[in-house]
Write a protein that binds this ligand. Structure first.
Ligand SMILES: *[C@@H]1O[C@H](CO)[C@@H](O)[C@H](O)[C@H]1NC(C)=O
Ligand SMILES: *[C@@H]1O[C@H](CO)[C@@H](O)[C@H](O)[C@H]1NC(C)=O
Ligand SMILES: *[C@@H]1O[C@H](CO)[C@@H](O)[C@H](O)[C@H]1NC(C)=O
Ligand SMILES: *[C@@H]1O[C@H](CO)[C@@H](O)[C@H](O)[C@H]1NC(C)=O
Length: 505
C-alpha cells in the first residue's frame, strides 16, 4: 500500500472533512480535459490537519453512531440524485454532438463503417474470429433466416510464447486453427465464406475491412504488426493455406453486440458492454456526423462512442476514493467514466472506502489484512456476493471478509457497513450507466421506442444492477422510460461479427 501512505491520504482528508471533494476533483482532472499538450499537473491542496482531527470527533460518539455517521457521509458522497443525472445526460448529449462534429473531444464517437442493419432474413454460413486476449475463438454462424441462427465455436489458448512470436507466426496460427475448425465441423471448404474479425486491441480504422494496430497491450508484443493492417495480415495468412475465406469486417465487440441483437429485434438501436470494461455503440444518422466525409449509402451508421473516456468532473460525482483509485492506476486521468462503472474497478473503489474506514478505526476495530491492502484484491465478484447476502447475520459477507480477505474478526455492525458500501458503489455504477443510455436515447430522439442490448458480467451477474438502471431511467425520463427496453445481449464478438460480415460483404 505504498500509494495509500504518501500523497493519497491528504486528498481523502480534504474531501472528508470539508466536503469540497468536487473542487479537488475538478482541479485534479482538469488536465485530463485540456489534453496531452498540457503537462503541468494541478495539485490538490493539502489540508493542514489530515484525518486525525476528524477521527477524534467520531471516537467520542460510540460504535453505532460512528457507523451511522460515516455511512451518512458516504451516502451523501456516492448518491447521485435524479437531478444530477439529468444534468449529466444534458452534458453527455452535448459532448456526443461535439465528438460527432470533430475529432479531439472527450467522446471519440468513432465511425464504425457499419451502415446496415440485419433484416433477420439473412441466410448462409459465415465465420467469425474473436481475439480478445489470452484466448481466441473461431465461430461458424449459420444464419437460418427469420431471426434465427445456429452457432458452433471453439476456443483456443494464445500462449505466452505466441504473444511474443512474430506477427507472421501469430496470424499463421490463426489460419491453421481456422482450417482445423472447418475440418472438425465437416464444412465444405470449397464454399467461399465471409469472416468478421473481432480484434480487441486499439486500432485506427479507415474502412470496414481495414485497421492498423496502434499499439499492443494485454501482454502481446508480436513484431511486425504495429501500424500494419491486421485484416490484410489475416487475409495473407488465410491465402497461404489456400482457404476461400474473405475477411469482410473488422469489428469492435460493442458494435457486434448491437448488430447481434438487432438480428432478432429490429427495434435495437443501442449496444452496451458493461463488463470488465464498458462501451456503447448506436445507430446515428449520417447528417448528424459532421466529421464524416465518406459516402451516404443507407443514411445511417453505427457510432462507437468509447464512452468509458467520458470525464467531466463538474457533473460526475467523483469522490476522493475515485481520485485515489485513478492516481494509483496504470493510466491516470483516462477512462474516468469507466473507472466509476465497470467491473474492473467497482471492487477497488469499495476497497479504498474500507481502507479509509479501517484507518479511522471505524471498521474491524481498525484492523485490516494483507489481502485487503493489496490493490485489486477485492473483486467485483466479491461485491456481488455481499450484495446477494440477505441472511440475518450476513454470514456470506462474513465468509468473504474473514475467510477470503483474512480480516481477523468482524462484527455484525461491520458487516452491515461493508454491505452498505457495496450497495452505494454498485448503485452509483448502475445509475451512471443508465444516464449514459438516456443520453444516447435522447441524442437519437428515440424516446418513443428503443431496445438496448447489454452484454457483460456486470449487467448479467451483478445483483439488482438492471433494476437500479430502470429506476434511474424512470427518475430521468418519467413515464417515457417505459419505452426503453434493457435486454441481455449475447456474443457480439462472435455472432455480431459474423452478422456484420454477412450484411456488408
Ligand atoms: C423477410 O422475409 C419475409 C418472408 O419472406 C418477408 O415478408 C419480409 O418482408 C422480409 N423482410 C425484410 C426486411 O426483407
Ligand atoms: C474496441 O474494443 C476494445 C475492447 O474490446 C477496446 O479496447 C478498443 O479500444 C475499442 N475501440 C477501438 C477503436 O479499437
Ligand atoms: C443521407 O441519405 C439519407 C437517405 O438515405 C438522406 O435522407 C440524407 O439527407 C442524406 N444525408 C446527406 C448528408 O447526404
Ligand atoms: C473474492 O476474492 C478472492 C480474491 O481476493 C477470490 O479468490 C474469490 O474467488 C472471489 N470471489 C468470490 C465470489 O468470493
Amino acid at each position: 500500500m505504498v500509494a495509500w501512505n504518501d500523497n493519497i491520504t491528504p486528498v481523502f482528508a480534504f474531501g472528508l472533512t470539508t466536503g469540497i471533494a468536487l473542487t479537488a476533483a475538478t482541479q485534479y482532472l482538469l488536465t485530463a480535459l485540456v489534453g496531452n499538450n498540457r503537462k503541468q499537473i494541478v495539485e490538490v491542496p493539502v489540508p493542514s490537519e489530515p484525518l486525525n482531527g476528524h477521527s477524534l470527533v467520531r471516537k467520542e460518539s460510540g460504535i453505532l453512531t460512528q457507523h451511522t455517521r460515516s455511512l451518512l457521509r458516504l451516502e451523501k458522497e456516492f448518491t447521485v440524485s435524479g437531478q444530477r443525472l439529468q444534468t449529466l445526460v444534458r452534458h453527455m448529449v452535448q459532448e456526443m454532438k461535439k465528438g460527432l462534429a470533430a475529432d479531439g473531444h472527450q467522446l471519440k464517437m468513432i465511425p464504425s463503417f457499419v451502415v446496415r442493419r440485419p433484416t433477420g432474413n439473412e441466410t448462409g454460413s459465415v465465420l467469425a474470429l474473436d481475439l480478445g486476449g489470452s484466448n481466441f475463438r473461431v465461430c461458424e454462424v449459420y444464419l437460418e433466416g427469420q431471426g434465427r441462427l445456429r452457432m458452433r465455436h471453439r476456443k483456443y489458448v494464445v500462449g505466452d510464447d505466441l504473444k511474443r512470436a512474430s506477427g507472421r507466426v501469430l496470424f499463421d496460427f490463426f489460419a491453421e486453427k481456422i482450417e482445423g475448425f472447418l475440418d472438425e465441423i465437416g464444412a465444405d471448404k470449397a464454399i467461399e465464406r465471409n469472416l468478421g474479425f473481432t480484434f480487441s486491441f486499439p486500432v485506427g480504422q479507415p474502412a470496414l475491412a481495414q485497421g492498423h494496430l496502434l499499439h499492443w497491450n494485454k501482454g502481446f508484443q508480436c513484431e511486425g504488426v504495429v501500424n500494419r493492417d491486421v485484416v490484410q495480415l489475416l487475409a495473407e495468412a488465410l491465402n497461404r493455406r489456400n482457404l476461400k475465406i474473405k475477411v469482410t469486417a473488422l469489428v469492435n465487440d460493442t458494435v457486434g453486440t448491437l448488430i447481434s441483437h438487432a438480428y432478432t429485434d429490429p427495434q435495437t438501436h443501442i449496444g452496451v458492454i458493461l463488463g470488465t470494461g464498458t462501451n456503447a455503440a448506436y445507430f446515428e444518422r449520417i447528417e448528424e456526423i459532421g466529421k464524416w466525409t465518406g459516402p451516404n449509402e443507407t443514411g445511417e451508421m453505427v457510432i462507437n462512442t468509447e464512452w468509458g473516456a467520458y470525464c467531466e468532473p463538474s457533473v460526475l460525482p467523483i469522490t476522493p476514493y475515485d481520485l485515489a483509485l485513478d492516481r494509483a492506476s496504470t493510466a491516470p486521468k483516462m477512462q474516468i467514466f469507466e473507472k466509476m462503472i465497470s467491473g474492473m474497478y467497482l471492487g477497488e473503489i469499495v476497497r479504498y472506502v474500507l481502507l479509509d474506514l479501517i484507518s479511522t478505526g471505524e471498521l474491524f476495530k481498525g484492523r485490516g489484512s494483507k489481502k485487503l491492502d493489496t490493490p485489486y484484491n477485492f473483486e467485483t465478484a466479491n461485491m456481488s456476493r455481499i450484495e446477494r447476502d440477505h441472511s440475518l447475520e450476513l454470514s456470506d459477507t462474513k465468509a468473504v471478509l474473514e475467510d477470503i480477505l483474512g480480516i481477523p474478526t468482524t462484527s455484525i455492525g461491520d458487516r452491515r457497513v461493508v454491505k452498505t458500501v457495496c450497495e452505494l458503489v454498485g448503485t452509483r455504477a448502475a445509475r451512471l450507466s443508465a444516464a449514459g443510455i438516456a443520453a444516447i436515447v435522447t441524442k437519437m430522439n428515440r424516446l418513443d421506442a428503443c431496445t438496448v442490448a447489454l452484454d457483460g458480467s456486470v449487467f448479467e451477474h451483478y445483483p439488482h444492477f438492471a433494476n437500479r438502471m430502470r429506476d434511474a431511467l424512470r427518475e430521468m425520463l418519467g413515464i417515457t422510460a417505459e419505452n426503453i427496453i434493457l435486454e441481455l445481449g449475447r456474443d457480439g464478438s462472435g455472432q455480431g461479427a459474423a452478422l456484420i460480415a454477412a450484411i456488408h460483404h
